[in-house]
Ligand binder design. Structure first.
Ligand code: AKB
Length: 318
């Protein structure tokens, strides 16, 4: 078996996807690469780790050749809120980095998984039950890079036969590694604050509805899609996937059932609110269900219970 490369491996999804893939395919089969941030001991000691800048095509080429990479999970990206602070860097990493990965994949006959996002939709998109194929006119640089990325991935498949596949992730909730500058980050921060301080000040309005998913389902969706027999896929880049749609108020009410003293208040960040308002309330993920059997394991209650239990254990050790 050729090896698997995970870019952005020190990030929120990458750090857990690397361990998930190592468990599934073997520790020596998965190469984790980060940009500059040092990896955790767990990540470094459980298998191969290297540094790579995806905006430098030579470095991408050297890494893919050095380890004989057959599949790339390309997670390195600048997220929505940080992207609006520095659109030039977001474009460079999200588009030039992706182009480099696709070019090297073409030359080395590697398959590529690239996450898209609910951010690939915009204010003109139908907000409820957002269809798989619909208007995509996002108004953030992150969203623009995600739509361009989806098209570029489909182009590399159609033109060169590169096996590209992707999902449109909603906000991902997890306890291992903090997310790095997204609009949905409140849904992770709220758990840390609920456990530690019993109080959270949310940067989005209480009724802001967005799709979310617990990390185990995010990992499963990526790997299940990459494992699917390609003859079943009519779509490729990228599939709507979701687990539940929530507002900050609803999430806080549900957390209160586990931590009764918990209180939430609001100090709205207008930039982040504008981003959230431009995204759908909830996606229709029936095409992913139909074409490759997507089905989330965690509903809202199951996620909350597991998240509070695992994060409490983690915070006790710190
Ligand atoms: C973000 O908020 O930027 C990300 C995303 C929804 O893609 N979590």
């Amino acid at each position: 078996m050729r090896k698997i490369l995970v870019t952005g491996a020190v990030g929120q999804i990458g750090s857990e996807l690397t361990m998930y893939l190592r468990k599934k395919y073997g520790d020596d089969k998965v190469v984790a690469v980060g940009h500059r941030t040092q990896p955790s001991e767990k990540l470094r000691n459980s298998g191969l780790f290297d540094f790579m800048d995806c905006t430098n095509i030579k470095q991408v080429e050297n890494t893919v050749k050095k380890y004989d990479i057959g599949t790339i999970y390309h997670l390195a990206a600048v997220l929505s809120a940080v992207g609006e602070k520095n659109p030039q860097t977001a474009w460079n990493v999200n588009i030039n980095g992706l182009y480099n990965v696709l070019e090297v994949a073409r030359e080395n006959k590697s398959a590529v998984f690239v996450p898209s996002s609910i951010a690939a939709f915009g204010p003109d998109t139908p907000k409820d039950n957002t269809p798989q194929d619909t208007i995509q006119r996002p108004t953030t640089i992150y969203g623009v890079s995600k739509v361009a990325g989806e098209l570029l991935c489909d182009y590399y498949y159609l033109k060169f036969g590169v096996d590209t596949r992707g999902v449109r992730y909603p906000g991902i909730i997890s306890y291992e590694t903090l997310p790095g500058g997204g609009t949905t980050d409140y849904a992770v921060e709220i758990f840390y604050k609920a456990i530690k301080n019993k109080k959270y000040t949310c940067f989005l309005k209480e009724d802001t509805m967005l799709d979310m998913m617990y990390m185990p389902d995010a990992l499963k969706s990526a790997v299940d899609l990459m494992e699917t027999d390609p003859s079943k896929l009519k779509h490729r880049n990228a599939f709507n996937v979701t687990s539940f749609s929530i507002t900050p108020r609803l999430l806080a009410e549900e957390i209160k059932k586990e931590i009764p003293e918990f209180e939430i208040d609001y100090d709205v960040d207008p930039e982040k609110q504008a981003i959230a308002d431009s995204w759908p309330n909830n996606l229709d993920d029936s095409i992913a269900k139909e074409e490759w059997g997507w089905s989330p394991t965690y509903n809202l209650r199951a996620m909350i219970k597991d998240m509070i239990e695992k994060l409490s254990e983690k915070l006790k050790k710190q």
